[in-house]
Design a protein around this ligand. Sequence first.
Ligand code: F6P
Length: 364
Amino acid sequence: MSKSYKIAINMGGGDAPGLNAVLEAVVRSASNRNWEVYGIKNSYEGLLDTNEIIRMTPEKVWHISSIGGTILGTTNKGNPFKMPIANAAGEIELRDVSDRVVDNFKRLRLDCLIAVGGDGSLQIAYDLFKKGIPVIGVPKTIDNDLAATIITFGFDTAVSIATEAIDRLHSTAKSHDRVMVVEVMGRHAGWIALNSGISGSADVILIPEIPFNIDKVCDHIMEGELHGQRYAIVVVAEGAAPAGGQALDKGKGEAGRQDVLLGGVAEYVAREIAKKTAKDTRFLVLGHLQRGGSPTTFDRLLSLRFGAAALRLVEEKKFGTMVALDPPNIKAIPLEEVIGGIKRVSLEGDTMRTAREIGICFGD
Ligand code: F6P
């Protein structure tokens, strides 16, 4: 008789539309194999002090694939290898409490952990794998910057939301002859800015991969004026920076945060454009709107496929790997090949070439 598994699943880092769909697929596929699934609350925190672990059954996850966020909760501060804990003097120290995670995992007689996350959470999953926990990773990030998979779920939804926002900005920008600068997410990679900017007919797209020169941006806008286009749309990724400058990190005060927290570049770009062109300029930050709400059909399906494929990898005992999309299939990639590799926009890729050929300015 084949082994009956007791599987734990958690979600780490920022939420992304599709997380619930992964959970639904994992629980339903497990149930059909007579395996048990336990959802760990709030990333790894549920395996630490709170012991918040929930038995998941098909009834609990029925059609949650259409719902955004995650019913398990998530956090980007719960790294058990660097947990923020107050010392006797009340100062916050980062301590390694990963042994407690391993002990609780064993005490609960869990057989495997399905860790759904981005680069930070998958690094934690890999470190736990090295400490003896059988792990399968599932890649997640709206930024689409994870190496080894051609796409992550959440990205398509974020791009759709950003494109709709850009579409809406055209009419108000045109009515006022204004420059509208919209900041989208994307810390290390400009995928959301690039794909939504092209789709939404932006005039300028600024991405982390291309340090920008604000004078070139202004020249492009003023050249449009000469040809009768009196308004402009600038899409800027939060991680974009002027040549010689740095992305604006506003997250330094957050104890235990695993990653940078960027923001503010749209305001800077809008201020500079207003100063240099004397055009009426406004900015907006789309922020977490890009992560909210239902996943698109594409993201739902990809998430369901990732969840079902993760269970297959458990069955095949391919622990220490991550599911990855390699059309038309989902394949297993060793976690060590995934960790630390960021997938940036390819400057020679077809999408970039398309953008340049239709006349979009990148500030270079
Ligand atoms: O990695 C996903 C992401 O949405 C980034 O695009 C963004 O920089 C970051 O998370 C925001 O994090 P938080 O939810 O902590 O504000």
